[in-house]
Design a protein around this ligand. Structure first.
Ligand SMILES: [Ca+2]
Ligand SMILES: [Ca+2]
Length: 446
């Protein structure tokens, strides 16, 4: 892999050559079985929710990229991030998948309690230890919470015994990646004996990938791959320069998987999945706090009044509407196709929220298409420790981070910039100290 990484510039030449010829190597995905029952190979298959689809991948036409270049190595990387949620509802999942679906994030304070760490490499909410995972998905592995039914390395494989396998009889080394590695599982093969097969004009088998539609899946999903000279590519042996193989990025012909529930997709309501901060965690900054609502489908940010934000009083608990503050907040809908869609609610200036109060964010039906919900959050400046009171212990949490300059600010400490000036200084301790001590302010509803 080091060799090919060092030759990325060859990929540029390949692109030029491809352009001049108008045809590149192709990688084709075909559905060949549904629920293990063989079907006529097709690039467009229709299944039912819960069905599995066996997809086979074929390579052809590499002579167009580098004539008489034997196929020494190839690699295929599934683009799970783009593929698994590409239908109208539900998901495709790799066979053997039992993983808490990861959420995308830019900072850890966007992540739910179950997966509280925003992993910078993947931009997804994950776990650091198994203790932080919920009981349904109790094991933390690869930064994701894994359930008891998960079987890794099951979805992707290469059947090396097939006579149409690209490296059949060449003592090839094949390898696959776990399905939950960045949701980009993949596999590849290197021919150890000889330099690989020449292009004889037909297709050669390159691997198998099995996906299953979730029970709530509906609509047309597109299974795609990540095309680049280090994700999905061919290495073609160059007899004139044996140390530097030619890299070709194939043209991919994607596979569509239509999941039809009674012929049409109902339009189910969007449902709130989780939120941050959860009970026990307060909004701690004077302003610019983020409340993150996580949904199962993309949302359009509501206008003021479509959802309400009210101080949580006994009356509000009893269903009597209080003054609505929602027009003072900023709403941002996020749907980056990485994790579940989210709505971020931010208090842009000081004074909207009152220290040591609870607030209720509620959709009583005004936000069309979204199932009614309410979420209660506590606003308590400086309450870092999660015990519901402000004490010297909370001052200590800030003090431990003083001083932190702009370059030291990160996801782990951003909340401790209580006065929202981009650094953590004694001024933040001073702000917290203004509220020390603050007694407990319990959730007011029975
Ligand atoms: Ca505290
Ligand atoms: Ca500060």
């Amino acid at each position: 892999m080091h060799k090919s990484m060092g030759l990325c510039w060859l990929g540029v030449i390949a692109a030029v050559c491809i352009g001049s010829r108008g045809q590149a190597a192709t990688l084709t995905a075909l559905a060949v079985a549904v629920n293990d029952e063989p079907i006529a190979p097709t690039a467009s298959v229709t299944i039912s929710p819960g069905d599995s689809v066996t997809c086979e991948f074929y390579l052809a036409g590499w002579d167009n990229d580098f004539p008489q270049g034997p196929l020494k190595t190839y690699q295929v990387t599934i683009d799970g991030l783009a593929s698994y949620r590409s239908g109208t509802a539900g998901r495709l999942e790799p066979l053997g998948w039992d993983v808490l679906w990861p959420l995308s994030c830019t900072a850890s304070d966007e992540c739910p309690a179950a997966t509280p760490e925003c992993a910078p490499m993947t931009g997804m909410c994950g776990c650091a230890t198994s203790e932080s995972c919920p009981t349904d998905y109790p094991t933390c592995a690869h930064s994701l919470c894994i359930g008891p039914d998960h079987v890794d390395y099951q979805a992707a494989f290469v059947d090396v015994n097939r006579s149409d396998f690209a490296h059949f009889g060449l003592d090839a080394v094949t390898a696959s990646q776990p399905a939950f590695a960045s949701l980009a599982t993949g596999w590849g093969s290197v021919a150890l004996i000889g330099h690989g097969p020449l292009d004889t004009g037909g297709q050669v088998y390159a691997g198998t990938y099995i996906v299953r539609a979730s029970e709530d899946a509906c609509g047309t999903f597109t299974l795609s791959v990540r095309l680049s000279d280090y994700e999905t590519f061919l290495l073609l042996f160059d007899a004139d320069d044996p140390a530097n193989p030619f890299i070709a990025v194939p043209t991919f012909e994607p596979l569509t998987i239509a999941v039809e529930a009674d012929g049409t997709c109902d339009a189910p309501l969007t449902v709130l999945q989780s939120y941050f901060p959860p009970r026990g965690v307060s909004l701690v900054r004077t302003h610019m706090n983020t409340i993150s609502l996580v949904f199962d489908k993309p949302v359009v940010a509501p206008g003021a009044g479509q959802i309400t934000i009210m101080e949580l009083t006994n009356d509000v608990c009893a269903g009597v509407a209080g003054p609505d503050l929602s027009d003072q907040f900023e709403f941002t809908a996020i749907d980056d196709q990485v994790g579940l869609p989210r709505l971020h609610i931010v208090d842009p200036v000081k004074g909207i929220l009152q220290h040591a109060r609870w607030y209720r964010i509620e959709n009583a039906g005004g936000w069309a298409g979204v199932e009614p919900f309410h979420v209660d959050v506590r606003f308590m400046i400086g309450e870092f420790s999660g015990d519901g009171v402000v004490t010297f212990a909370d001052l200590g949490a800030v003090r431990a981070r003083v001083p932190t300059g702009p370059s030291g600010m990160n996801d782990a400490n951003r909340r401790h910039d209580v006065n929202v000036d981009g650094v953590i200084t004694f001024a933040d301790m001073g702000t917290v100290n203004q509220y020390n001590p603050t007694p407990s302010f319990p959730h007011p509803c029975p």
